[in-house]
Ligand binder design. Structure first.
Ligand code: COA
Ligand code: AMP
Length: 630
């Protein structure tokens, strides 16, 4: 039996055994005596009697072990022309001061801090400073519009918001501060203070009494020690799109997270002290939380924080320049980023200009890895290309090829096999496990391993159960469909709900429909995610106009595109909406979104027997097949 098989089997037979042993790699203030609390099943808690501080594990312990001069954080920003390295000692000093500054503003254990920042060191520092105080951070991605930020402010009710004057996209400055001000106008909750990083590219006005400038505040602050917290205390909330317009507040606890991050960094990614990990994801997403910020630092490695894009900053060789310049051992990004590079440098001329021989593996996640991208990256780099499948909810890979434990054969199109603790099963609609090769709902038998979301914010067990545990008794519903082959390799075919993945960004079509439906001329609408060769999927809208509404289809379409951009944000990439006479429905009134999506994707779906009027669907076929190309 190989190392993977052995650990995987033991993890299911004796979860407390393997995670209890894994917990020994973490520094506890109070070591766990109990590993898994299962008395409130189906709600489980890992390490219920333990105490620790995540920031102390990420920073202080390495400095105390004499590794203060080792590099912890490499900030590489082609959009500003800056490269800055922080040793563990320097990062600890900065974080301890930032924690002091936040504490001075009233932030304490359990209080929330919203982080609305571009990819700058202050973002990492704020996250770790919150962890140091036992406060709960919630990072909001900069590509979201003020209304989305406002929803998160009202849900998380932060004591402080940390933001910046601006972010820098390749073609424009993104004015964060006006968006923050607009969000706070919309929100009912008011934070006590906003702390603003003033960037020289675009400074902003501060609101007297409410806003404070980061640099002088942190410089004047006294360093603060790490506060011990319960392993079950929340470390962060990360909002993610569900099937409705209301985002879900995924909760990450301190203890399970530290154990899972430490274990996965070594056994899945094969990264340890002295190595350089680069997860080129925005810190607003789960990959950024886990593998840009926490896991590399918990492991004592160096992490790269990159403020740039795969292309356009300045060219498609940018990723390879970073890999070469900083000695990156493992790169983690989304398939879309590789597709963007491949499109501009198909023959690898730019790649050849950089010495990437130190790179050991490329990990890809966030969306389906298409075989063409997999082959191109494998050939171009000559290193293992590891597809891994997971979700914000789980915080670390459900399926991967654990190269630190055992390098398994790679199969194109599959994120390989379940990681320890994830008892992955494919179920039919009646909840019966299907045979190998048969499609079904991908589920995970409870309990989930450490590091996965134990509930939804704010301790909303009811919503957690309704969202994930109610479809099949004893199982967590991932929302993805797929199958397992005869060798136990999983194939993920896509979401079975209204969540879509646009350029590796998770979005809700339901949220977009809510925006369209609010337009006074719209009677009915649907948004479906259709296949796109670059972004994986893009949203497409279909609207029926209210009778008597005096607006041309072109004007309405333009208004709706602008509305989604201003209400949800540019990241939605909502560019195409068609005005149609009617939407196809079942006799009970349910819109046939899946059938429309399949037609738009060029497939020939069967016509559902429950359809109300086949003629409506037939009339839509040419509209769905036409692409704006936007
Ligand atoms: N702040 C403000 N705006 C942002 C933003 C941010 N942090 N990130 C993206 N946007 C904007 C973009 O500027 C763009 O605006 P535009 O419509 O004015 O051009 C819009 O949101 C759409 O962005 P995106 O979908 O990222 O497309 P793009 O063409 O700008 O970039 C890629 C394409 C491939 C570079 C980019 O999608 C990418 O890096 N994707 C990987 C995502 C990822 O890492 N996911 C995490 C899982 S690993
Ligand atoms: P997020 O929560 O943003 O990480 O998005 C999670 C969703 O992205 C999953 O439920 C999948 O639909 C999709 N996804 C993530 N990784 C992969 C992958 N490797 N292959 C296929 N789909 C993926």
């Amino acid at each position: 039996m190989g190392a993977y098989d052995d650990v995987y089997r033991r993890s299911l037979a004796d979860p407390a055994g393997i995670w209890g042993a894994a917990a020994e790699a973490v520094d506890w203030v109070r070591a766990p005596r109990r590993i898994l609390a299962d008395d409130a099943a189906p709600m489980y808690r890992w390490f219920p009697d333990a105490e620790l501080n995540t920031c102390a594990n990420a920073l202080d312990r390495h400095v105390a072990a004499g590794r203060g001069d080792a590099i912890a954080l490499i900030y590489d920003s082609p959009v500003t022309g800056v490269v800055r390295r922080f040793t563990y000692a320097e990062l600890l000093d900065e974080v301890a001061r930032a924690a002091g500054a936040l504490a001075g503003l009233g932030v304490g254990r359990g209080d929330r801090v919203i982080v609305y920042l571009p990819m700058i060191p202050e973002a990492v520092v704020t996250m770790l400073a919150c962890a140091r105080l036992g406060a709960v951070h919630s990072v909001v991605f900069g590509g979201f519009a003020p209304a989305e930020l406002a929803t998160r402010v009202d849900d998380a009710r932060p004591t402080v918001i940390v933001s910046a004057s601006c972010g820098i996209e390749p073609t424009r400055l993104v004015s964060y501060k006006p968006m923050l001000d607009a969000a706070l106008e919309l929100a009912t909750h008011a934070p006590a203070h906003c702390v603003i990083v003033q960037r020289e590219q675009q400074r902003c006005e501060l609101v007297a009494g409410r806003d404070l400038e980061w640099a002088p505040l942190v410089a004047a602050a006294r360093p603060t020690a790490a506060v011990p917290v319960a392993a079950t205390d929340p470390l962060y909330i990360l909002y993610t799109s569900g099937t409705t317009g209301r985002p879900k507040g995924i909760v990450r606890d301190n203890g399970g997270h530290a154990v899972a991050m430490t274990w996965s960094m070594r056994h899945i990614f094969d990264i340890g002290p002295g190595d350089v990990m680069w997860a080129a994801s925005d810190i607003g997403w789960a990959v950024g939380h886990s593998y840009t910020v926490y896991a590399p630092l918990l492991a004592g490695a160096a992490t790269v924080l990159y403020e740039g894009k795969p292309v356009g900053t300045p060219d498609a060789g940018a990723f390879w320049r970073v890999v070469a310049e900083h000695g990156v051992d493992v790169l983690f990004t989304a398939p879309t980023a590789i597709r963007a590079i491949k499109k501009e440098d198909p023959g690898c001329e730019l790649l050849a200009m950089h010495d990437t021989s130190g790179l050991r593996a490329l990990f890809l996640a966030g969306e389906r890895l298409d075989p063409a991208t997999f082959s191109w990256a494998s050939d171009a780099l000559g290193v293992p290309v590891i597809d891994n499948w997971w979700q914000t909810e789980t915080g670390w890979p459900i399926c991967a090829n654990p190269i630190g434990l055992e390098r398994l054969p790679v199969k194109a199109g599959s994120p390989s096999v379940p990681m320890p603790g994830y008892d992955v099963r494919v179920l039919d609609p009646a909840g019966v496990e299907v045979p190998a090769g048969t499609e079904g709902a991908i589920c995970i038998r409870l309990p989930l391993p450490p590091g996965t979301s134990p509930t939804l914010w704010p301790d909303d067990d009811e919503r957690y159960v309704a969202s994930y545990l109610s479809a099949f008794d004893g199982y967590y519903l991932t929302g993805d469909g797929g199958y397992v082959d005869a060798d136990g390799y999983l194939y993920v075919l896509g979401r079975t709900d209204d969540v879509i993945n646009v350029a590796g960004h998770r979005l809700s079509t339901g949220a977009m429909e809510a925006v369209l439906a609010a337009h006074p001329a719209v009677a009915e609408c649907a948004v479906v995610g259709v296949a796109d060769s670059f972004k994986g999927q893009v949203p497409r809208g279909l609207v029926v106009v209210k009778s008597g509404a005096e607006i041309t289809p072109a004007v309405l379409a333009a208004e709706l595109v602008a509305l989604v951009r201003s209400e949800i944000g540019p990241v939605a990439a909502f560019k195409q909406v068609d005005v149609v006479a009617a939407l196809p429905k079942t006799r009970s009134g349910k819109i046939l979104r899946r059938t429309m999506r399949e037609i738009a994707d060029g497939r020939a779906p069967g016509v559902p027997s429950t359809i109300e009027d086949v003629a409506v669907l037939d009339a839509l076929r040419p509209v769905l097949r036409a692409r704006d190309g936007g």
